[in-house]
Design a protein around this ligand. Structure first.
Ligand code: NAG
Ligand code: NAG
Ligand code: NAG
Ligand code: NAG
Length: 369
């Protein structure tokens, strides 16, 4: 079984070195008791069930919330929370929430690690009013079910209340996702430059990645969201894409890249301003993240109706090549999009989806010489 857990950072980050404030606002990193290492007073617990709204330090909880210790059994299932750490489980219609001081107008991303417990697909509704998003919690991306998820909002005032809610209505109240850590990061939406028409084209600006989290962060499809945790980019279609960092993966350029883990069901896109009749060059890197994702990978790139398929033979040990798509703009807005032609599984656990990585994207007009 894979020990590459999203949530193996408990030992490195203590629950108390959080929320150091800049201008009195929340700092990048874990929320207060964001990894739930500070336990409720035993008198506010009945077995694993948390009693009272203010029992978990830093949080307000509602509904059937359990405080879970790693190694605890549920029925015949062993609940694994890495490194002897703690997590909370949200039963049907249960929620946890925390108020944060934020800078009005600024964009923020929330990163949290979660795992589903029962057989059915589970979901979490993340809200900072008036925004909310429903994120499917699945096991397809990591063999043990733990993954990190990102979501973003724009602060409407100087106070933001983050609510994570399980909208489920399972028959078994003990069903419902486990949540292991919650962090925040301010986002600074990048602008296009004269060196690149695309914004955030190296994916350097994005959600918080836990320092010891070696499983990347899933950027869910932004079906109803206006704000992307990956500024400039939209995740289209049904499945998530994975945001990875150079501390734990091979990354072609800079510190961050995107892994296309959902085959044709997950596409990442940006609309570029173009001038009709002009010729453009889209260049980008295609490779593998050094995560045992071996095989014949193919990335399809689109610029409006023009497209190119870029094959990449992966040994799963890290590497990349560059590709170019030259096209003539037929509209003043051209959709630049990337997807993976195939589904691929990691060859070290045969149950986690993986895929080719894309990085260092550039779009420039070709001048006549
Ligand atoms: C923090 O406060 C200083 C001065 O009070 C201000 O110049 C700066 O813009 C503030 N930073 C943010 C991120 O609001
Ligand atoms: C998610 O929660 C928000 C706030 O409670 C609510 O307005 C929204 O309808 C919920 N979405 C779903 C799909 O339940
Ligand atoms: C891939 O990971 C291995 C093990 O962590 C490391 O030794 C190697 O240098 C990495 N390769 C690349 C190309 O980053
Ligand atoms: C861009 O195209 C749209 C629709 O094709 C058109 O309405 C709009 O005026 C155009 N804008 C510019 C700046 O050419």
């Amino acid at each position: 079984m894979s020990v590459l857990l999203c949530a193996t950072f408990h030992v490195a980050l203590s629950a108390t070195n959080t929320t150091a404030a800049r201008n009195g606002t929340v700092a990048d990193g874990l929320l207060e008791n964001g990894n739930f290492e500070l336990a409720p007073d035993p008198k506010n617990m009945k077995g694993t069930v948390v009693l009272g709204k203010y029992a978990i330090p830093g949080w307000i909880n509602e509904g059937f919330v359990e405080y879970i210790k790693s190694g605890q059994k549920q029925g015949d299932m062993l609940l694994v929370v890495p490194e002897g750490a703690y997590a909370v489980r949200l039963g049907n219609e249960a929620s946890i929430k925390q108020k944060l001081k934020v800078i009005k107008g600024l964009y923020y991303s929330i990163t949290f690690s979660a795992a589903r417990t029962c057989a059915q697909e589970e979901r979490l509704n993340v809200t900072v009013a008036p925004d909310s998003g429903v994120l499917p919690i699945q096991t397809v991306y990591s063999s043990n079910g733990w993954d990190c998820y990102a979501w973003a909002f724009q602060a409407e005032s100087t106070e933001a209340e983050v609510i994570i809610h399980n909208p489920g209505v399972e028959e078994d109240p003990a069903c419902g996702p486990l949540i292991d850590a919650v962090a925040i990061k301010a986002l600074y939406p990048p602008r296009p430059t004269n060196k690149n028409i695309l914004k955030n084209a190296g994916f350097e600006e994005g959600p918080y990645i836990f320092p010891n989290a070696n499983y990347g962060v899933l950027i869910p499809p932004n079906i109803e969201d206006d704000h992307s945790p990956l500024p400039g980019w939209m995740v289209e279609s049904l499945k998530a894409v994975k945001y990875i960092d150079s501390a734990h993966f091979f990354v072609p350029q800079g510190r961050r890249a995107i892994e296309l883990v959902g085959g044709k069901e997950s596409a990442i896109a940006q609309i570029a301003r173009t001038i009709v009749g002009k010729t453009y060059r889209l260049t980008f890197a295609v490779g593998d993240a050094n995560n045992s994702c071996a095989g014949s990978l193919v990335v399809e790139a689109f610029a409006g109706k023009d497209t190119i398929k870029v094959p990449y033979e992966s040994k799963g040990k890290g590497g990349f090549k560059r590709a170019v798509l030259t096209f003539k703009a037929v509209s003043n807005r051209t959709r630049i999009m990337f997807l993976s032609t195939f589904y691929t599984m990691r060859n070290d656990d045969f149950s986690s989806l993986c895929g080719p990585i894309v990085d260092d994207v550039k779009l420039l007009s070709v001048r006549n010489t």
